[in-house]
Design a protein around this ligand. Structure first.
Ligand code: SF4
Length: 65
């Protein structure tokens, strides 16, 4: 599983960072970004919670090719 944050949609509310700090952090612009190249199996459900908890639809799952 891979996810990315769409910077133009992120408002920097911090929900994702507080739900899964191992995966999301803020960049210098105050927007969230995903720190992990791929999401470990044990973090997947937390990341799904973060996707649902982002009311701006800024976190998207990247389909593997
Ligand atoms: S929950 Fe969404 S809008 Fe809020 S910081 Fe994370 S990606 Fe940005």
């Amino acid at each position: 599983m891979k996810v990315k944050v769409l910077e133009d949609k992120c408002v920097g509310c911090g929900n994702c960072v507080s739900i899964v700090p191992d995966v999301f952090d803020f960049n210098d612009d105050g927007k969230a970004y995903c720190k992990k190249e791929t999401i470990d199996e044990n973090l997947k459900s937390d990341v799904m919670d973060a996707i649902e908890g982002c009311y701006y639809g800024a976190i998207v799952e990247e389909k593997s090719k």
